[in-house]
Design a binder for this molecule. Structure first.
Ligand SMILES: Cc1cc2nc3c(=O)[nH]c(=O)nc-3n(C[C@H](O)[C@H](O)[C@H](O)COP(=O)(O)O)c2cc1C
Length: 342
C-alpha cells in the first residue's frame, strides 16, 4: 500500500463503519476534502454468502476518484478466499481482513476480533488469503482480545505474511470503545512490520491526530467517528501538513453538513421513508452532537420523532456563525479517553 500513501505526509484513511460508510457517505466525505483511501463496510463472509449489493455499490459506483479497499469479515477459509476473488473482479484497490469487530455475535463465531484469541488460526487464514489475493492484502486489527500483552504474539503472525498494510485500532476487543488507546502497541508494530502501519482510534481533532503519529511514527491515520463528527478533519490535517488555510467550521457550517448528510443518505434509498430516516440520522447525531451547546442538542435530538422536530432542534443550536469547538468535552461518553492522546 506504500504506493497509495502520499510521499510527503501521512496517509489519511476513512475507517470502515457498518451502516455509515456507504456510497453516499463516502461521496459526502470527498466533498469535504475526504481521505486518501476509503475502506468499505465489511462484507460478511460465510459458506453460502454472496456480495452485499449495497456495499458493492461503494466500489462499483464510487466516483470520488480515490482508491477503495474492500473489507471482509468471517472465519471460513474457503469462503473468504472465494469472496476475495469475487471482490477482485471489481475495481478494488485491495482486500482487507477484519480482525477487530467486538460485537459479541461476531466474536462468538470466531470472526472479527474473536479470531485474535486464536493466533494459529489467523496464521492459516492469512496464508490462504495471501495465496488467493492477487493485489494488495491488508489487515485491520485490535491489540489483543482481552489484554494488550497478547499483541507481540499476534505481530509475529502478521510478520510472517506479505501484507501491504496493517491498521491497528489501539484497543483490545474487551476494551470495546471505553478506554484510551495504547499507542505503544502501534509503535511496536511500526518497528516490527515491513509494511506501513496505520494508527486508528480516538482521533478527534488535529492535535490528537498529531499526537498519535508522534507516539507511534505510523505511516498514516484512520479516522472513524471523528470524521462523522467533523468531516473537516481530513482537510484540516492536510492543511496542517501542506500549508493552506485550516477550516474552522461554524454552527451554520455544521447545519449545512447535517442537511447534506440527510439529503445524501435519503436519496440513496429507493424506498425512502421519513421516520426510519430520522432514526438513522439520530445514529449519526450521537457522534455529531458531542459537546454542542453543552449537550443540549444531544438531549433534544434523542427525543425527536419527525423531520420537522429534527431540523428545528438543529437550527435552534446551530444557526449561528460562532466557531465550533474542535474537541469534544473531555468527559465525553462517546469518545472515551481521547484526551489521553496528547
Ligand atoms: C458505527 C461503527 C461501525 C463500525 N464498523 C466497522 C466495520 O465494518 N469494520 C471495521 O473494521 N471496523 C468497524 N468499526 C470500527 C472503526 O473502523 C474504528 O476502528 C473505530 O471506530 C475506532 O476508530 P475511531 O475512534 O476513529 O472511530 C466501526 C465503528 C463504528 C463506530
Amino acid at each position: 500500500m506504500r504506493d497509495l500513501i502520499p510521499n510527503h505526509r501521512p496517509a489519511l484513511v476513512l475507517a470502515p463503519m457498518q451502516d455509515v460508510t456507504d456510497l453516499p457517505f463516502m461521496r459526502l466525505m470527498a466533498r469535504y476534502g475526504g481521505p486518501d483511501i476509503f475502506v468499505t463496510e465489511y462484507f460478511r463472509v460465510t459458506a453460502d454468502s454472496g456480495l452485499d449489493a449495497n456495499t458493492l455499490r461503494s466500489i462499483t459506483e464510487n466516483d470520488t476518484g480515490r482508491p477503495v479497499i474492500a473489507q471482509m469479515i468471517g472465519h471460513d477459509i474457503a469462503a473468504l478466499c472465494r469472496t476475495a476473488r469475487e471482490l477482485e473482479k471489481h475495481s478494488v484497490s485491495g482486500i482487507d481482513l477484519n480482525l477487530g469487530c467486538p460485537a459479541p455475535i461476531v466474536c462468538r463465531k470466531d470472526a472479527g476480533g474473536g479470531l485474535l484469541r486464536q493466533p494459529e488460526r489467523v496464521d492459516e487464514i492469512l496464508r490462504a488469503l495471501r495465496d488467493a489475493i492477487q493485489g494488495r492484502f491488508t489487515v485491520k486489527c485490535r491489540v489483543g482480545f482481552a489484554d494488550k500483552a497478547e499483541f507481540p504474539r499476534l505481530l509475529e503472525v502478521f510478520q510472517k505474511h506479505d501484507i501491504q498494510a496493517l491498521t491497528i485500532h489501539g484497543r483490545t476487543v474487551r476494551d470495546a470503545y471505553k478506554t484510551p488507546v495504547h499507542p505503544e502497541c502501534v509503535a511496536l508494530a511500526v518497528q516490527a512490520m515491513a509494511c506501513p502501519v496505520i494508527a486508528n482510534g480516538n482521533v478527534v481533532d488535529v492535535a490528537s491526530g498529531l499526537a498519535y503519529l508522534r507516539h507511534t511514527n505510523a505511516a498514516g491515520l484512520m479516522l472513524g467517528r471523528g470524521a462523522i463528527r467533523h468531516p473537516w478533519l481530513f482537510s484540516q490535517l492536510r492543511a496542517h501538513w501542506e500549508g493552506g488555510a485550516v477550516t474552522v467550521p461554524t454552527g451554520r457550517d455544521m447545519l449545512s453538513y447535517i442537511q447534506a448528510l440527510y439529503d445524501a443518505t435519503a436519496a440513496f434509498h429507493p424506498r425512502f421513508d421519513v421516520r426510519p430516516h430520522v432514526q438513522k440520522m439520530k445514529r449519526y447525531m450521537v457522534f455529531i452532537t458531542t459537546g454542542i451547546a453543552e449537550g443540549q442538542l444531544e438531549h433534544r435530538i434523542r427525543r425527536v420523532t419527525s423531520e420537522e422536530e429534527f431540523f428545528s432542534a438543529c437550527r435552534d443550536h446551530l444557526d449561528h456563525d460562532e466557531p465550533l469547538a474542535a474537541r469534544p468535552p473531555e468527559d465525553s461518553h462517546v469518545f472515551c479517553g481521547f484526551a489521553e492522546l496528547r
